[in-house]
Design a protein around this ligand. Structure first.
Ligand code: MG
Length: 386
């Protein structure tokens, strides 16, 4: 493509009504856990679009901030009484930014095929205005008291957004417009004598208007939940002169476990189970035994780090199950306190934390009382946006 100037997407999100019901303006209604506008902004991430500017309604800044999140967005522009006034406000604000092309888009159309943007930008290399259109396939008739006469659909099209313009042409057209509120910008451009090219639109661009539109969008945008399971295993040897930490508790016992940190074999197995579910390596990768920083460290830190990694990945920890393998101490008397401590670390209800214990009938190192082994399984749910 030949070199071109800056292209800005101007998103009209200033509406206050909601035909779909609910007090929140529809452009801020949550779909799959995020405001509609936020999905629209995602869909406008296209290599041909340099910046995005959003026109919002009065008092909508908090909703806007929530939708924009930590995107690097231009400051929002305050809209007007009507859609057309809102677009005009946006264009006037953009006049100082050196935009060459503008794509005006309705916030309530969150699905924007990149191919449509490609076609529009391509059209702007040969013409000053272009809009996506679709043919009318249904039979059209006048709506009267009863079904009225058929209207020919042959020379009719449905006009969608984004609508693309050479910036100066559209700005001038809006300044010249004297008619009533215009429902789109192509009619404003045409009234100013600008020829508007038609490119193929897409059914995906449909505007979300009615309740059922939102339900369909929810199904389309909801990320499927993925259930994962991670497994962890650890062993530490008993040694004289050590304290015995198990499951984050200091347990009275003649001998403790030897290790670089506090040697809490239960929390180590648990940390590895969580890291395993996340596919994030093992405890040694995150807390190398060679690092003196972790000498004598409370292993609760490791579990909290794994929880932090899970949260950062958008994962929800669902359940953990631990088996402690030793002849002594007896775990039963400490089981509830251990569950409670781990539940606190993972911010889980206690019913989602299981602690079990077994001996090995006197066999092997655990049977000989040389050390303690622990196994843990962690179940997580990935894909949930919070
Ligand atoms: Mg260990």
């Amino acid at each position: 493509m030949e070199s071109r100037g800056k292209t800005v997407a101007l998103v009209v999100a200033a509406g206050s009504g909601s035909r779909a019901g609910g007090a929140l303006p529809k452009q801020y209604r949550p779909i799959a856990g995020r405001p509609l506008l936020s999905h629209t902004l995602d869909a406008l991430e296209h290599p041909g679009i340099d910046e995005i500017c959003v026109v919002i309604g009065e008092g909508q800044e908090p909703f806007y901030q929530r939708a924009v999140g930590d995107r690097l967005a231009m400051a929002p522009v305050l809209g007007g009484e009507t859609r057309q006034q809102s677009v005009r406000n946006g264009l006037e604000a953009l006049a100082r930014t050196g935009a060459s092309n503008v794509l005006v888009h309705d916030a309530a159309r969150p699905f924007i095929p990149a191919a449509v943007v490609d076609r529009l930008l391509d059209a702007l290399t040969r013409t000053a205005a272009a809009v996506p259109v679709l043919p009318v396939v249904d039979t059209l008739a006048k709506s009267q008291e009863q079904l009225g006469p058929i209207v020919s659909r042959e020379d009719l099209v449905r006009v969608q957004t984004p609508q693309a313009f050479h910036f100066e042409k559209l700005l001038k057209a809006h300044a010249m417009w004297t008619g009533p509120d215009a429902t789109d910008d192509a009619q404003v451009a045409r009234a100013a004598g600008v020829a508007v090219e038609m490119v193929a639109g897409d059914e995906a661009l449909e505007k979300l208007t009615y309740e059922e539109d939102f339900r369909r969008a929810e199904l389309k945008l909801a990320r499927p939940q993925e259930s994962r399971t991670g497994f962890g295993f650890d062993v530490h040897a008993f040694a004289d002169g050590e304290s015995l930490w198990l499951g984050g508790l200091l347990i009275p016992h003649p001998r403790g476990l030897k290790g670089h940190s506090d040697a809490d074999v239960v929390l180590h197995a648990l940390t590895d189970a969580l890291l395993g579910a996340l596919g994030a390596g093992d405890i040694g990768d995150h807390f190398p035994p060679s690092d003196p920083k972790w000498r004598g460290a409370a292993s609760s830190l490791f579990v909290e780090h794994a929880r932090f990694l899970a949260e950062s990945a958008g994962a929800r920890i669902v359940h953990v199950d631990v088996t402690i393998i030793c002849e002594a101490p007896r775990i039963g008397p400490h089981r509830e306190a251990m569950r409670s401590h781990i539940a606190d670390l993972l911010r889980l209800p206690i019913s989602s934390v299981s602690i079990k214990a077994t001996t090995t009938e006197g066999l092997g190192f655990a049977g000989r009382g040389e050390g303690i082994a622990a196994q843990a399984v962690a179940s997580i749910s990935l894909g949930a946006r919070t």
